[in-house]
Write a protein that binds this ligand. Sequence first.
Ligand code: LLP
Length: 422
Amino acid sequence: MQHAQFPPLLHAIAGVEINELAHRYGTPLYVYDAATIVQRIRDLADWDVVRYAQKACSNLAVLELVRRHGVLVDAVSEGEIRRAIAAGYSLQGDPPPVVFTADVFDRGTLDLVVERNVAVNCGSPDMIEQLGRVAPGREITLRINPGFGHGHSQKTNTGGQQSKHGIWHEQLESCLRLADHHGLAVTGLHMHIGSGTDLEHLAKVADAMEQAAHSVGRRLCSVSAGGGLPVPYREGEQRVDLPAYFRLWNAMRERLQQAFGHAVRLEIEPGRYLTAESGYLVAEIRAIKQMGANTFYLLDAGFNDLARPILYGAYHAMSVVPQQNTTRQRPVHDVIVGGPLCESGDIFTQREGGFVEHRPLPEAHVGELLVLHCAGAYGSVMASNYNSHYLPAEVLIDDGRPRLIRRRQSFEHLVALEQNLD
Ligand code: LLP
């Protein structure tokens, strides 16, 4: 049974009553605690640049919050570049406030990157070629696939031969020649081997980076360790040893500075680490069913709201919110928690492969709320309109004050781009 970090009965998030939030904004509802995001940013203060991988949670208010705390941003699409601009980031600066990282340019993004002179981190020889053809003379960075990877799921492993990400490490030399040919100066290297990995695997990247850096030579002025820092999703999981991780990269950076005779900037590119723990998905229990031996709590939130369990068998701790503010203990039952979608995989308690699992949770009643923890990264951003459910609202609590940062979608929003037959 879970305890302190994820109490079985929960009344408030960041000091605000959850029943009150649900009453005011409806459910399903994403709630973020700004103070947790700020704390996670402070954890990474040693690094020269913390570059937020906004794909984890790209709400404009969240981007603005991290920007105000000195965090720069990564973008992986035209939409993410435009989000960064809308959140107040400028495109020019040293270090560049916004970097576009990808393995392909779609045409719209290439046009935007060229027109607005957005910094680019190229993950394929074709990107170098396509950018070089239309915008010679720029500085670029290269994302290298070091030949190995690791993630919390095979689907989040972004290194090795089976991954489509980055420039294969053995092609670095030829890509440097290609860049030269187009008058592009390679001034930085980046490696991201996967998401939700562990320190053991992340540590190996620094060695691979050092080797690659020597191929680039003296013009190298930045290295990025990528993202991938894990967070404790389960009670009892250890926090990652950040000082040890920084020491490793910093020592490598210092060796490079020694060899090159100038400063080398050290960047880190976390997504999940900054926002996962700040976020909660609040849902209402709308039905409690007995299917033979199994008890199901069925919520008004499904994998359309939080896809991580069905996609990766990801574990999210859960709490029940009592209707009255009582501390009375309740009996605990093994239950299965699912959503409203007409698809049997719409289960929040499953492990990878779709195997349904039981979860010990307090006895609950229809009409009470259930909270899924650690939902602030890859939660709302991966929500969909499947079954024509509306995208949930989002609220940010700052200094005890909840603020609506995204309205719930309406039927009009849902069909706004569609057209009836004449
Ligand atoms: N940098 C690059 C180039 C990335 O591709 C990613 C994540 C990150 C940084 C940030 O990784 P993080 O620090 O958040 O682990 N939907 C999956 C995660 C997919 C991550 C994709 N790229 C999940 O829910 O676990």
